[in-house]
Design a binder for this molecule. Structure first.
Ligand SMILES: CC(C)(COP(=O)(O)OP(=O)(O)OC[C@H]1O[C@@H](n2cnc3c(N)ncnc32)[C@H](O)[C@@H]1OP(=O)(O)O)[C@@H](O)C(=O)NCCC(=O)NCCS
Length: 237
């Protein structure tokens, strides 16, 4: 993990993987940065190959990454796919190619000087990340969410717009927190759990559970053996 500040040097030439709604949000963030030059999208929808999305060409399928990156002198990639599992898996594949995974941080976001970010992280407009937070790889901090002090956000999670997470919360990998939800201090959200839109979470949430309401209560628990859950748990968040 590093802090969020950009390294000096020439702008990176960037490919965005995924030209859907989230890809467009990521493009908008990168266009506001002097540090990045977006050269194109890759997307698995063949109907948009050769076309432009928000003025940027769709250069091929995601499987074409190595070839397109070589041809276009690409120096950085960001995976802009909303599905947590797909985003996380693709980011690991990109990593294996040796191409840099970059972060997209909107200029209006406020990050504490000692906040730590992984790679392939999206920090959208108006986000606030407070002191001593740790944000894992492939996390989406969506529009206007607040992450208070000493909170840890695990790999491949999506924190939706307007979510408020209090201090010292642990969000394990793969979690989805729906729009406008609130999490009180020191809660642990188990890996791959889902918090419904507008929920107020006042108790720990087990791995792979879905909780909704005020206060939040469990409505679902995905079936998984203890072994499978253990495989999802991180060595660290
Ligand atoms: C929690 C959620 C994931 C549940 O989805 P689901 O597993 O498909 O569940 P269902 O739609 O079958 O709903 C199950 C029950 O919970 C209720 N429910 C669903 N979401 C709810 C919510 N956020 N708050 C309160 N009740 C909710 C439904 O009305 C339904 O009630 P019923 O059994 O009495 O009819 C989903 O409703 C949700 O809140 N998603 C958040 C989406 C979001 O924030 N998107 C932002 C993208 S940037």
């Amino acid at each position: 993990m590093t802090n969020f500040r950009h390294q000096p040097g020439p702008p990176k030439r960037i490919l965005i993987l995924g030209a859907g709604g989230h890809g467009r949000v990521v493009l908008d963030i990168l266009l506001q940065s002097a540090h990045h030059q977006v050269v194109g999208f890759l997307d698995n929808n063949p109907n948009i190959h050769g076309r432009r999305v928000d003025g940027i060409p769709v250069l091929g399928a995601i499987d074409d990454l190595a070839h397109v990156a070589h041809q276009g002198d690409v120096t950085g990639v960001i995976v802009a796919i909303g599905d947590n599992g797909v985003r996380r898996g693709l980011a690991r594949e990109v990593d294996a190619t040796g191409i840099d995974l970059i972060n997209a941080i909107h200029p209006s976001a406020t990050l504490a000087h000692n906040a730590m970010l992984g790679r392939n992280v999206v920090v959208a407009a108006g986000v606030v990340v407070c002191a001593h937070c740790q944000i894992g790889d492939s996390v989406i901090l969506n529009t206007g969410c607040i992450i208070d002090h000493q909170t840890m956000i695990g790999e491949g999670t999506h924190i939706c717009p307007g979510v408020r997470i209090a201090g010292r919360v642990t969000v394990e990998p793969g979690t989805f927190i729906g729009i406008g939800a609130t999490i009180i201090p020191k809660i642990t959200l188990g890996c791959e759990c889902i918090v419904g839109a507008g929920a107020v979470v006042i108790d720990d949430v087990p791995p792979m559970a879905t909780v909704i309401g005020v206060p939040a209560h469990q409505i679902k628990l995905a079936s998984a053996s203890e072994d499978e859950v253990a495989m999802l748990l991180p060595a660290h968040v």
